[in-house]
Design a binder for this molecule. Structure first.
Ligand code: HEM
Ligand SMILES: [Cu+2]
Length: 658
């Protein structure tokens, strides 16, 4: 095998445009210019785990403040900033990018592809995620500090009148850049799944995780435009004197709620469908049975995605929509429990009669099913408008959505990390320690969030920074905080175990779990080109058939043609485009601010205008796009070691070489 870069690049220069492309794979240049879906996936995971810890610290400060009545650890304004940043960080910077890490790393392997369809666009997604996340969090360090508007940013709280400081502007711009990341990723994943599946891998043979990647990507491209419009309108209200949401100028605050929840409800499925995909991969492996009712699990995922768009107004029952609208949205909301129930029955059907192995990933998968059902039941409760009128904005709702978001999304994502870690790193994670961590997280989580149901039913409102002892909420809050600390300890131990195992974990083989899908057929960690040969798929459970099936069900391995394997070259331009957006975004945040508050060394009394940073930033962005277009397609060829191609058949004519 030839891993040195130079010989292939002699060949590659033929493809080059105006500029030659960087090809140094290692060090800082290698990282900044990478287009490899595996490296990008790992970078997404590291970023997301960092933000998970940051959002967790914010949550623990919130919980410490509420631990005893009339506490004064933080004041009311800081409290509001903490829950705004906690919610925003967890949703946009922890759960979504952690899902994206799996989409990036695992999905191309599962379909036998060498990379995603648009590798440079994928790199842009990574930079937009990291830089957008930095912008949102920079707000802490500027005048007025972080936003104090809730993760849903309801109008008119976000107007200049009620939120004069920069925090809200950092939030608006940061979310828009994060939206670019999500959209770039989603278009890429859809194109990859539709076009780049191995021969024979029909849609109804696609692994469930890849299916849910596809559905989630469609949800993102349909839901994000709604919030983008809302954010642009809000930006115009704040900076250019429009009145989309300001009553005084004829605007309507309710418009914000519609636009936000047309995005926001599908968003909860964007958070949970990847989790369902992971669980649907893990259960069959450790129950040693194929997934029960595969087509039903696929279709129910698609139906959930579809219905997710029809129910946004259940977040607005108490706004007075009128009886017909309220009834219709209540009915549609209840309908979602049907496909969700179908999935749960199919998971239980998969376990039924299986020879179950209680490994760490399996424990997290079982924990997921239990807690997700808890969250689901309380969800059905507030799909009923009169019940919702009672529970709205109480701690009951906080309990509900943390059962879904932590018990559901985070449990499944941790499950996925334990499951795929050996594939990504070639190392095993310690099982005994993993189980201790599972029980710590599981017990801590339930102590933290179960009491919130009762607190909510006895009237404790959400977003309150303190309460009086005579309200009777002291015990519940005390135990909830103890639970949160145990949970936080468990998550921290998990992250440390991940880091430790990267260096000290025992060596894993290619297929340590005896799994069923294609990614386990290649090396751990996979080579740059994923598969030395081109797989030709003959069955849904292909890796399982390869091991235990009839000879005619085993997949064919077709050797690459005489030119070897074509790989994409690296590029600086995605980073340049990302940095341009970053600079332009900061300019927008500082728009009309006195320059000396931003740059204290300048004493001139000049206001920050769009020409200071926004216009230069956009110029960098456009220059980046031109550079991207003009550098040429690049690409080079790799030749696998003949030993890796053992048993592979020669390609017929041009078929295997495109
Ligand atoms: C250590 C784990 C966590 C703890 C202890 C925790 C605790 C809390 C608490 C107490 C609140 C209510 C603040 C208030 O309304 O006064 C809250 C709000 C929230 N949490 Fe968490 N949380 C945790 C993890 C998560 C995760 C993983 C997610 C999402 C994936 C999440 C999403 C949210 C959201 C969206 C809000 C609403 C914020 C708002 O009202 O603007 N949390 N959390
Ligand atoms: Cu909803």
């Amino acid at each position: 095998m030839s891993t040195t870069a130079s010989p292939e690049h002699a060949e590659a220069t033929a493809h080059n445009g105006v500029w030659s492309r960087p090809y140094k794979k290692t060090g800082i240049v290698g990282f900044l210019t990478t287009v490899d879906h595996k490296k990008i996936g790992i970078a997404y995971a590291i970023g997301a785990l960092f933000f998970l810890l940051l959002g967790g610290v914010e949550a623990l400060i919130i919980r410490l403040q509420l631990m005893v009545p009339e506490n004064d650890l933080v004041d009311a304004r800081t409290y509001n900033q903490l829950f705004t940043m906690h919610g925003t960080t967890m949703v946009f910077l922890a759960v979504m990018p952690l899902s994206a890490a799996f989409f990036n790393y695992i999905m191309p392997l599962q379909i036998g592809a060498r990379d995603v369809a648009f590798p440079r666009l994928n790199a842009l997604g990574l930079w937009a995620f990291l830089l957008g996340g930095i912008i949102v969090n920079m707000s802490w360090f500027f005048q007025g500090g972080a936003p104090a508007i809730g993760w849903f940013g309801y109008a008119p709280l976000t107007s200049r009148q009620f939120s004069p400081d920069l925090g809200t502007d950092f939030w608006i711009i940061g979310l828009q850049i994060l939206g670019i990341a999500s959209l770039a990723g989603s278009f890429n994943f859809i194109t990859t799944i539709v076009n780049m599946r191995a021969p024979g891998l029909s849609m109804m043979r696609l692994p469930l995780f890849t299916w849910m990647t596809l559905v989630t990507s469609f949800l993102i491209i349909l839901a994000f435009p709604a919030i983008t419009i809302a954010l642009v309108e809000l930006m115009f209200d704040r900076h250019f004197g429009t009145h989309f949401f300001e009553v005084a100028g004829g605007g309507k605050p309710i418009l914000w709620q519609h636009l936000f929840w047309i995005f926001g409800h599908p968003e909860v499925y964007i958070l949970i469908l990847p989790a369902m995909g992971i669980i649907s991969e893990v259960l069959p492996v450790f129950a040693r049975k194929p997934l029960f009712g595969y087509p039903l699990v696929v279709f129910s995922g698609a139906v959930i995605g579809f219905l997710g768009f029809a129910v946004w107004s259940h977040h607005m029952f108490t706004t007075g929509l009128g009886i017909v609208a309220t009834s219709a949205f209540a009915f549609l909301t209840m309908l979602i429990s049907i496909p969700t129930g179908v999935k749960i029955f199919n998971w239980i059907g998969t376990l039924w009669g299986g020879r179950i192995r209680f490994t760490t990933p399996m424990l997290f998968a079982l924990g997921f099913i239990w807690m997700f059902m808890m969250g689901g039941f309380t969800g059905i409760m507030h799909s009923s408008p009169p019940v919702d009128a009672q529970q709205q904005d109480s701690y009951f709702v906080i309990a509900h959505f943390h059962y879904v978001l932590i018990g559901g999304s985070i449990f499944a994502l941790i499950c996925g990390i334990y499951y795929w870690f050996p594939k990504v790193t070639g190392k095993l994670m310690n099982e005994a320690l993993g189980k201790v961590i599972f029980y710590t997280i599981f017990i801590g989580f339930n102590i933290a969030f179960f009491p919130m149901h009762i607190l909510g039913m006895t009237g404790m409102p959400r977003r309150t920074h303190t309460y009086k002892a005579e309200m009777g909420w002291a015990d519940g809050n005390f135990w909830s905080t103890i639970g949160a600390l145990i949970l936080g300890f468990g998550i921290a131990a998990f992250v440390l175990q991940v880091i430790w195992s990267c260096f000290k974990g025992e060596k894993a083989g290619n297929d340590p779990w005896d799994s069923r899908t294609l990614e386990w057929e290649t090396d751990s960690p996979p080579k740059e080109y994923n598969f030395a040969y081109n797989p030709v798929i003959k069955s849904r459970d292909q890796a399982w058939e390869n091991k235990y099936g009839k000879p005619e069900k085993r997949m064919d391995k077709v050797a690459p043609g005489p030119h070897g394997i074509h790989m994409p070259d690296q590029s600086w331009w995605p980073l340049v485009v990302g940095l341009g957006l970053f600079v332009a975004g900061l300019g927008m945040v500082f728009h009309k601010q006195p320059l000396e508050t931003m740059l204290p060394f300048l004493s001139a009394e000049v206001d920050f205008s769009l020409f200071h940073l926004t216009v230069p930033g956009l110029l960098i962005t456009f220059a980046g796009i031109f550079g991207w277009a003009l550098e040429g397609p690049g690409g080079y060829h790799l030749h696998p070691d003949p030993a890796e191609l053992e048993g592979a058949i020669e390609p017929e004519g041009q078929q295997a070489h495109h």
